[in-house]
Design a protein around this ligand. Structure first.
Ligand SMILES: Nc1ncnc2c1ncn2[C@@H]1O[C@H](COP(=O)(O)OP(=O)(O)OP(=O)(O)O)[C@@H](O)[C@H]1O
Length: 253
């Protein structure tokens, strides 16, 4: 009750995601160390870091899938984890959480029911999400017959299904061909321009370059947070890749 009052009280200018001093350990190992970060409404924010740097762990803490060992995450002004917020964000995990024996349509219908979508609105959202990922022609195929890239696209469609205010995408374009990748980015920009907040992880420099701001993460620490241009200027680098190395983003990405 208290949390929901706090949520209602959050003003339009409050950050959508507010992370303070967030620490996560696995056993003795510190995986994320005192991460502090705010992401505002309508921002397209990228997390860039080498494999194993802690991107997925941070994403899981933002969504409330995992619990922190220290610090806090607030989403829409409410302390995570908070089940009631699930309908307000879309999450695409790194590994596809799909029912292989069901068709794409059946998968979408299942997730639509979780989000409380029904009737004409449900039909409209299923069509719209599948159009974005260019899978309309494969709606009635069992997911088991999908390629890896098609599964990624279907996972993205599911994350978009309820037109959420916050999209959290873990490597959304891995295994997706360049042409479709481009059209997905176009859609992400359009969503961002309509006020959707997007947080995504990527290994790909030219994708990171498209974000409004990027957080460089290495060994569980956020080493720099700024716009791609500012990061280049700050580090005296011509490319984001160089900036990434200069600013401690890592030379192993
Ligand atoms: N459940 C777990 N138990 C123990 N260690 C874990 C667990 N999950 C992740 N780790 C470790 O935490 C570190 C960060 O992992 P994480 O998946 O967050 O990295 P990442 O930056 O997303 O990597 P990638 O880009 O390869 O997906 C890694 O060293 C990983 O081995």
């Amino acid at each position: 009750m208290v949390a929901s009052v706090a949520g209602n009280a959050a003003s339009a200018s409050s950050p959508v995601v507010e992370i303070r001093d967030l620490t996560r350990k696995y056993g003795e190992r510190t995986i994320l160390e005192r991460i502090t970060l705010q992401v505002g409404r309508g921002e397209l924010f990228g997390l860039l870091g080498p494999s194993g740097s802690g991107k997925t762990t941070l994403i899981k803490l933002i969504t409330g899938i995992e619990k922190a060992d220290g610090g806090t995450v607030h989403v829409f002004g409410e302390r995570m984890p908070r089940l009631a917020l699930l309908g307000r964000f879309g999450y695409m995990a790194q590994s596809d959480a799909l029912y292989n024996e069901l068709t794409a349509r059946e998968n979408l219908l299942f997730f639509a029911s979780l989000y409380g979508l029904s009737g004409a609105r449900r039909q409209e959202r299923i069509q719209a999400a599948m159009r974005i990922v260019d899978l309309t022609d494969h709606m009635n195929k069992p997911v088991a017959a999908y390629s890896g890239g098609m599964k990624r696209r279907l996972s993205l469609a599911i994350a978009l299904l309820h037109d959420p205010e916050l999209l959290v995408l873990d490597e959304p374009t891995v295994g997706i061909d360049p042409l479709l990748r481009q059209s997905i980015w176009k859609e992400l920009f359009a969503l961002r321009d309509r006020g959707t907040t997007i947080i995504l992880t990527t290994h790909v420099m030219d994708e990171a370059d498209k974000c409004d701001r990027i957080g460089l993460i290495r060994n569980g620490r956020l080493t720099a947070v700024d716009s791609p241009e500012a990061l280049k200027t700050q580090s005296g680098a011509a490319t984001l890749e160089e900036a990434f190395i200069v600013l401690g983003g890592g030379d192993q990405a």
